[in-house]
Design a protein around this ligand. Sequence first.
Ligand code: ATP
Ligand code: ZN
Length: 304
Amino acid sequence: MSPPPAPGVRERLRIAIQKNGRLSEPARALLGSCGLSWRESPDKLFCYGDNAPVDLLLVRDDDIPGLIDSGLCDLGIVGRNVLQEQASERRRAGRGANVREWRALGFGGCRLALAVPQDWAWQGPAQLQGRRIATSYPALTRDWLDAQGVQAEVVVLSGSVEIAPRLGQADVVCDLVSSGATLAANQLTPVCDLLQSEAVLAGPEAELDPTLAETAQMLLRRIDGVLRIRDSKLLMFQAPRAALADVLRLLPDAEPPTAYPVEGQDLLAMQALCHGVVTWQRLEELKRAGARSLMVLPVERMLA
Ligand code: ATP
Ligand code: ZN
């Protein structure tokens, strides 16, 4: 029997997610696809896990790395941009990395980009020498300027960065971009990407306590399963043995297929998990290569 936990040691895994914002819904949906459900506290800041020892804390995204660092939460779902900005701040203050990216989660995609007024003829970073750059990401912006060997003034703004040039607060901006529509509406053009971002599962550099680590591993296995099957389909078909090599050449994104002999015929019944999109055109090519009775099935759950 395992010894009782030391007083003060938490036994339930606590995950910080954004309360309101772009990442709140997809983060909850991902954890929901992992089979977790919760009861919400009346103040809607805490969700108690119903069917697994995994609770949620709903917070501002900027607080997530600090909550993990302090041990108040074990994991968090946050934009890579926020995680790396705070990591860079720590480095700049001479402190070591404490929180790292455990998994990229494939939603909340955006980039941190340098954007200049549309009437600038962009010739490269040297053009920024002595200029003012408005941003909510001063540490990442300074890292990039240092790497370019450019000296520029960084104007730190907490929001509405894109209007700074029009207000005369700055010459250019360094801001998050997804479609680029907000920049265009402010007569700005992105000229250089500093960081490709998406939502990530963040966790401590150091190991978790054994009970929490076990729950975290369970969660990671489920997240990996959900991420792997997001675009995956199970392809079933039959093919003569002689056509097999040609058929498999058309399935470069498939896991090694399983084959069963079809009794009394020189045929194999095959099933292959494809990670790419299986279009009609692909099915037609497979048929031309000798496959028949093709069937594409959705995959609901997977545990490797
Ligand atoms: P909070 O109140 O939690 O501080 P916020 O205003 O800082 O919220 P959101 O605007 O909801 O945060 O953005 C959360 C994350 O969504 C960003 O940190 C980024 O990773 C991601 N994101 C994706 N596309 C965009 C975009 N076009 N603009 C800003 N963030 C984006
Ligand atoms: Zn924020």
